[in-house]
Design a protein around this ligand. Structure first.
Ligand code: CO
Length: 153
C-alpha cells in the first residue's frame, strides 16, 4: 500500500471521462488499497480514481461510521429522489467549499472489489458523497455545480 498524489483543480486529467473497469486483478486491488490509504491520510470522506490520475470508473467512500468503507466500481444510478443542499468540499479543490444541490435519496448499483454486483440505498450525506464522487468519473467538479459562491471555510 502507498499514498498516491492527489491531482488538483487545473489538471486536465480531472476533466476527462473515465472508462469502465474491466480487469479485477491484483493491480486493481492495489489501486483500491492505495486510494483508501490516500483518502484516510487526507481526512477525506471520498476519493475517485481520476483524482489520483487513473481514468477508470471507481471510487471509495468512508463516512467514518460503522458501515464503510464503500468501494464502488462501474457504478450506475438506479433511482434518484428529492433534493438536498449540502456544503461540499473536495480534496482536488483544497480549501474551498460551496453549496450543491443533490438528490435526497438514491439507489445505486455497483461492483465491489471482487467484481460482484450489488445495489445500495443511500440518503443524506452518503447520497451527497456518491453523487460527488460519481461526477469525478465524468470530469465534473463540485465547483461546477455550486449555487452561490465558493468560499473558504
Ligand atoms: Co471531489
Amino acid at each position: 500500500m502507498a499514498l498516491r498524489q492527489i491531482l488538483h483543480d487545473g489538471d486536465p486529467t480531472l476533466r476527462k471521462k473515465s472508462r469502465p473497469v474491466t480487469k479485477f486483478d491484483d493491480r486493481l486491488q492495489m489501486l483500491i488499497d492505495d486510494m483508501l490509504d490516500t483518502m484516510y491520510a487526507s481526512d477525506g470522506v471520498g476519493l475517485a480514481a481520476p483524482q489520483v490520475g487513473v481514468l477508470r470508473r471507481l471510487f471509495v467512500i468512508d463516512l467514518q461510521d460503522e458501515k464503510g468503507p464503500y468501494v464502488m466500481i462501474n457504478p450506475r444510478f438506479i433511482k434518484q429522489e428529492g433534493t438536498q443542499i449540502y456544503s461540499e468540499g473536495c480534496l482536488s479543490v483544497p480549501g474551498l467549499f460551496g453549496d450543491v444541490e443533490r438528490p435526497e435519496r438514491l439507489t445505486i448499483e455497483a461492483q465491489d472489489r471482487n467484481g460482484e454486483t450489488y445495489t445500495l440505498d443511500a440518503e443524506e450525506l452518503l447520497a451527497v458523497c456518491i453523487c460527488h464522487e460519481y461526477d469525478h468519473l465524468d470530469g465534473i467538479l463540485f465547483k461546477d455545480k455550486v449555487k452561490g459562491e465558493l468560499h473558504s471555510q
